[in-house]
Design a protein around this ligand. Structure first.
Ligand SMILES: [Zn+2]
Length: 376
């Protein structure tokens, strides 16, 4: 190759690298713009997590907090979505609730993006899409699909072994960026620990009585279609699950293990007066057996590979013949959330009355898009 040809090749490679950098750089930056939500007219005020712990000010995880306060005094409920931003139904349910709910008695506090940093990246090596879309009567609405963990750009490097404070429990190093292994959190810890600390401060300062942490998991994970509860909330959980079973919604009751630390359903209950509940639905895109990985898999939940596993009978999986569509996962979470609050009210506690939320069958029939505002 002559010197001139070498120069031309080098120039082409440089230009191609610049074009790729600009395109991917723009995509990367776009993941940092906050999503727009459209709260219902029942919204009374908003705040930020830094209102409860100033150490979060100016960080990616100074998440927005939405308040819906009834005219009549009652108990206070907290709903957390997006602890793990790769668990789509979790964040979507929080959006559906905040865009519809009317509170007549008591208060509801919603944090739709608990670990906002995790929404700015995807999990490495998973081929996950950056976004997924929900069809609404007025067009598609796009949501961010993120990572289970805090972004390494916000918290780095991971230790070889993560030592949970104050229990001293040891986990793999990457778990240091898992919000649901960080409770009760530390004011002088990592960003993930600070976020957990801020949420616990909110529970204390707002005197939250009942708190929900919404999740999804791979179909082959044993704790699925489940409500995990702290022992002090057992009566409420079992009453709610009885009601759900009567409606034909099968939910497994899971008592929070007392020796596994860092989890919302354990530490919220141990460190505050709240009754904590964690809920799980089945999301095939998180599973090891899934085949083609796409935004459609998040929404439609149809995986021929999981169907084969179901038909073989060789594996205990939470996967139905028709798949695990987002409608059913969202309907499950919304209904479990409502039934737990109703059980709490029926057991003689100061009530919380939430109105204008769809029933299980409504969401299955009309789709999630019928209950969220159409937008970008
Ligand atoms: Zn999760």
């Amino acid at each position: 190759m002559t010197l001139e040809k070498k120069h031309i090749s080098a120039a082409i490679i440089l230009i191609a690298a610049a074009v790729i950098s600009i395109i991917t750089g723009r995509q990367f930056l776009a993941k940092h713009y906050p999503e727009t939500f459209y709260p219902s007219p029942g919204l009374t005020r908003t705040g930020k997590l830094s209102d409860y712990f100033s150490g979060l000010q100016g960080t990616e995880n100074d998440s927005r907090v939405y308040f819906f306060e009834g005219e009549e005094e009652g108990s206070t409920v907290l709903l957390l979505g997006g602890t793990h931003p790769n668990e789509a139904a979790s964040g979507l349910v929080a959006v559906l609730v905040l865009e519809n709910v009317e509170v007549t008695v008591g208060r509801l506090i919603v944090i739709p993006r608990a670990n906002r940093s995790g929404f700015t990246v995807n999990d490495p090596m998973e081929a996950h899409p950056q976004y997924y879309s929900i069809p609404t009567p007025n067009g598609e609405r796009r949501f961010k699909y993120g990572s289970r963990l805090t972004s390494p750009l916000d918290q780095w490097p991971d230790p070889l072994v993560y030592s949970h404070r104050p229990s001293g429990q040891r986990l793999s190093g990457f778990e240091t960026r898992n919000l649901n292994r960080a409770y009760p959190g530390r004011p002088d810890g990592s960003l993930t620990e600070k976020t957990a600390y801020g949420i616990v401060q909110l529970i204390k300062k707002e005197n939250v009585n009942v708190a929900f942490d919404l999740h999804e998991a791979a179909p082959e994970i044993p704790i699925i279609n489940a409500i995990v509860y702290h022992e002090k909330a057992e009566e409420v959980a079992l009453n709610a699950i009885f009601e759900l079973e009567m409606e034909g919604i099968s939910v497994s009751p899971e008592l929070s293990p007392s020796n596994f630390h860092g989890l919302s359903h354990r530490e919220w209950g141990d460190y505050t007066d709240v009754y904590p509940f964690l809920m799980e639905t089945s999301n095939p895109i998180q599973g090891r057996l899934r085949g083609e990985t796409s935004a459609e898999l998040i929404v439609e939940g149809v995986s021929p590979e999981y169907r084969m596993a179901l038909e073989s009978g060789a594996l205990q999986i939470a996967y139905k013949e028709t798949g695990e569509p987002i409608e059913r996962r969202v309907a499950r979470h919304v209904t479990c959330f409502r039934r737990v609050i109703e059980a709490y009210n029926q057991l003689g506690n100061k009530p919380v009355i939430l109105e204008n939320l769809p029933e299980y069958e409504d969401i299955l029939q009309n789709g999630v898009g019928a209950y969220i505002v159409a937008g970008k």
